[in-house]
Design a protein around this ligand. Structure first.
Ligand SMILES: O=P(O)(O)OC[C@H]1O[C@@H](O)[C@@H](O)[C@@H](O)[C@@H]1O
Length: 565
């Protein structure tokens, strides 16, 4: 496959050139994910001497008309929109598109390049390229103000609103289009790095996807500062210090993270959601796919408040609410696994006995108006937390992780549906109050999740399930209202796991280093280190974990999650 990859515009153009007809006309369509730098590509492909370049977006709806069409899905809220059902052709002016098609038809010879988000709407083409990039990179382009949303002229807008328009609308439309086109591609273009394009053939890409879906793999991690951030991620992972402390670490969110594929000397970066789309059954397994479709339902991420501050006091929507109000098909059920804790670490979880909903909402309202602080301790339980405790957080439970915690968050995938109730009298990194949603919150708090209920259901739910020579398996959660099951293994020797036909996500929560192997050498062994997350595709079947030589004689621990089916 190493000869099916090209780096840089010169090599890419030379390869495309080979497919250009000697006589007559060649139409090259370059379909793009929104926020791809189309100008750079046009410039880079000048080597092909195109006789006509069509930036397809000239035929799209005018920004105001588009905004009007989207308004119901965009909403006035800073954070929450409604999942939009659009297809790309609904964002285009049919008459203008028709004119472009006729313009192309009229050309008799030479190279025509059609480029942009929606380029494939011109129909017939001779060569089809797909220019892609990772969601994390899109967010960087939003933050630097290089890009606004697609045809929105909002480069300077609040980052939350730009994210909202992408999350609820643009990325959905773009993903639908990507899924519809993918099998027809000639080439796939990785455009994550400025002026460093990489191109692979569809066959090489599909081969890579197939291979990854048959072996344990890691995603490309990324880290982000936040107002409550701590120092654990920066110190332990050796991250480059930023103006503000790192709060989040992501290495287990296929919807947002990316993957690296190595072809000879060339490394391609692609959004890992492509694997979910194009290897759904091998990755997820039949049952998970039947239940969720091409969607990765489990999310692992890190919340670092070591030396930092409390998260916002918050609640997540109930399933009925998230469906009705935001068009989501399942909700943000969560759990906090304490990867590290200090002597004074606490978790806020559930309400005290006999809380009066009206009084609590009243106090939250007053605090929100600036009339004093919210007395969280009066209403919310505070539990001490120590390393390896697992707190279960079904939607509707008031909660937040406190300062001095390093949390491995194991949750369902929807990840922006946090209704902040109280943000501890502080401002966000942009100097503005972070959005608080009391109205939404009040309709989702389950008021009888009180101390007793929380103690019986959400804390210390550890049960030994099995043991063998050098290993023990425990169930640590989640709560029966949540669809994720979590299992912890303590081991000093080899321990055998099985995917049982469903995808699993696993993290090394204790010990320095372990190796994941196939009993029948079906995949290349993978070494994982403390706190690293790995995805085990359903197709893997049986696999084993054991300490490497470096960790020999020590007890290791893994925590893995899968969907209860
Ligand atoms: O609202 P803040 O304080 O930023 O906390 C937000 C974090 O809270 C956690 O409980 C989870 O819901 C995370 O997905 C979220 O990122």
């Amino acid at each position: 496959m190493d000869h099916e990859v090209w780096e840089g515009y010169a090599a890419i153009s030379a390869q495309i050139q080979q497919k250009i007809k000697a006589d007559g006309k060649t139409v090259i369509v370059i379909e793009c994910y929104p926020a791809v730098r189309t100008d750079e590509i046009i410039n880079g492909l000048k080597l092909l001497n195109p006789s006509l370049i069509i930036p397809i977006e000239d035929a799209a709806l005018e920004p105001q008309e588009l905004e009007h069409k989207l308004s119901r899905y965009l909403t006035e809220d800073r954070v929450f929109g409604y999942m939009a059902p659009f297809l790309i052709d609904e964002f285009y002016d049919a008459v203008k598109l028709e004119q472009i098609k006729r313009q192309i038809e009229a050309i008799e010879a030479g190279v025509v390049i059609v480029i942009g988000f929606g380029a494939s709407l011109v129909g017939e083409q001779d060569i089809l390229l797909y220019a892609d990039l990772a969601r994390w990179e899109i967010q960087q382009r939003f933050r630097s103000k290089e890009f606004g949303n697609w045809r929105a002229d909002n480069h300077d807008e609040d980052i939350l609103r730009k994210y909202k328009r992408s999350y609820f609308i643009e990325w959905r439309v773009a993903d639908r289009l990507k899924r519809a086109l993918f099998q027809k591609l000639d080439f796939y273009l990785d455009t994550n790095k400025r002026d460093e394009p990489k191109m692979v053939t569809l066959v090489a890409l599909l081969t890579g996807l197939k291979q990854v879906a048959s072996q344990p793999f890691r995603l490309v991690p990324y880290f982000d500062p936040g107002v409550w951030g701590g120092n654990w991620l920066e110190e332990k992972i050796g991250l480059e210090p930023k103006g503000n402390p790192y709060a989040w670490g992501f290495d287990g969110v296929p919807e947002e993270n990316s993957l690296y594929f190595q072809y000879g000397q060339t490394r391609i970066e692609l959004p890992s959601i492509n694997l979910v789309f194009f290897e759904s059954t091998a990755l997820l397994g039949e049952k998970v796919y039947a239940r969720f479709g091409a969607e990765f339902p489990i999310r692992f991420d890190f919340l670092d408040t070591m030396g930092g501050q409390n998260l916002s006091l918050q609640v997540h929507p109930l399933t009925d609410y998230i469906k009705e109000k935001f068009g989501m098909s399942y909700t943000q059920d969560e759990s906090y696994y304490m990867l590290e804790a200090a002597d004074d670490t606490i978790v806020y979880l559930g309400l005290k006995e006999g809380v009066d909903p009206e009084r609590m909402m009243d106090d939250l309202e007053k605090a929100q108006q600036g009339a004093g602080s919210f007395p969280a301790e009066t209403y919310v339980n505070i539990f001490p937390a120590k390393k390896h405790d697992h707190f279960l957080i079904p939607a509707g439970t008031v909660h937040c992780s406190g300062t001095n915690s390093m949390v491995l968050e194991i949750s369902a995938t929807p990840y922006i549906f946090t209704f902040k109730l109280w943000d501890w009298d502080r401002l966000g990194l942009d100097g503005k109050p972070r959005p608080v949603h009391l109205q939404h919150g009040s309709q989702n708090i389950i008021w009888d999740r009180d101390t007793d209920w929380v103690q019986r259901n959400l804390i210390g739910q550890v049960e030994k399930l099995a043991e063998g020579e050098g290993w023990v398996e425990e169930r640590t959660g989640l709560h029966e209202l949540e669809f994720i099951e979590t299992r912890r293994h303590w081991f000093t020797d080899k321990v055998t796991h099985h995917t049982n036909g469903g995808v699993q996500v696993l993290n090394l929560v204790e010990g320095e280093e372990a190796i994941i192997e196939s009993p029948n050498e079906a995949f290349v062994p993978l070494v994982i280190h403390y706190a690293e997350t790995v995805i085990i595709p359903a197709a893997v079947g049986e696999f084993t974990l054991r300490p490497t030589d470096r960790s020999a004689g020590k007890q290791l621990g893994t925590l893995k999650a899968f969907v209860r089916t």
